[in-house]
Design a protein around this ligand. Structure first.
Ligand code: SAM
Length: 243
């Protein structure tokens, strides 16, 4: 997967994208991260990328010309997604990560200041994404969050096998069951007996029940989109779920 990032702060990259699984994905040739300085596409003496807002008001707005020129200069398939990061955008979720992970090339436009000129949204971006209902100072960290979530979904990115993804919170559309490792007794807190039995069917059943219970307790909103078997529904009803 090829990723292009347009930013006025290229020095923020790779940052966290230069470590762990995402770094490995780049070394393995699964992810090709290309960071472009928007200032390289500003042609005045001061390489200006922003200006005051028409109509007045505080703060600066990112000018459209450098952004259009930057995107147009990229070697990217026509029609590939151009994502504008904005707190006004569609909420980025695991489903959006799954969708983007199937793309060959994705371009991200990182806003700054009061945001970007409206014509970028109208005529350059193909979609707008937000990572949550709060306002960051720029789109760079939001881009990193999205690239991180997408990169671990690329086939082969997780060293221990892609099946590990299936049980993840949100991938499964449920909250994940509790995880334990050694020691089996930590200061008197015991690992549940079933996990020590080696009985894979019993363990799977316990984990599913835990997952359902945790989802009901913590994120009942997820249950309406989760794939639930008749057995799952029975368990949830025992736990007090009213569909
Ligand atoms: N004035 C803008 C508004 O009210 O919609 C907010 C501008 S914000 C200070 C500057 C930039 O940070 C935005 O253009 C966007 O690229 C990025 N940004 C801020 N919050 C974000 C969020 N929750 N998700 C994605 N990008 C965000």
């Amino acid at each position: 997967m090829q990723v292009h990032v347009l930013t006025i702060f290229p020095e923020m990259f790779p940052g966290p994208l230069g470590a762990g699984i995402v770094e490995r994905a780049q070394k393995a040739g699964l992810l090709d991260l290309n960071v472009h300085n928007i200032r390289d596409y500003a042609h005045d003496r001061h390489r200006t990328t922003d200006d005051t807002a028409y109509g007045g008001g505080p703060g600066m707005v990112m000018r459209p010309e450098p952004l259009f020129e930057a995107v147009e200069s990229l070697d990217r398939p026509a029609g590939s997604p151009v994502v504008l990061l904005t707190p006004q955008g569609k909420l980025f979720t695991q489903r959006e990560a799954e969708r983007l992970s199937k793309e060959q090339t994705v371009t991200f436009i990182c806003g700054r200041y009061e945001g970007v000129d409206e014509r970028v949204r109208q005529h350059l971006a193909t979609e707008e994404l937000s990572i949550g209902d709060y306002v960051l100072t720029g789109g760079e960290i939001a881009t990193m969050v999205i690239v991180e979530a997408v990169a671990r979904l690329l086939p082969g990115a997780l060293g221990h096998g892609d099946e590990a993804l299936l049980d993840d919170t949100h991938t499964s559309r449920l909250v994940q069951y509790p995880q334990y490792t050694r020691p089996s007794d930590f200061q008197g807190a015991q690992v549940p007996d079933v996990l020590l039995t080696g009985d894979h069917a019993a363990i799977a059943k316990w984990r599913r029940r835990q997952s359902l219970q945790r989802t009901l307790e913590r994120r009942p909103d997820l249950l309406k989109d989760a794939e639930l078997s008749p057995e799952d529904r029975k368990v949830l009803q025992e736990l007090g779920w009213t569909d």
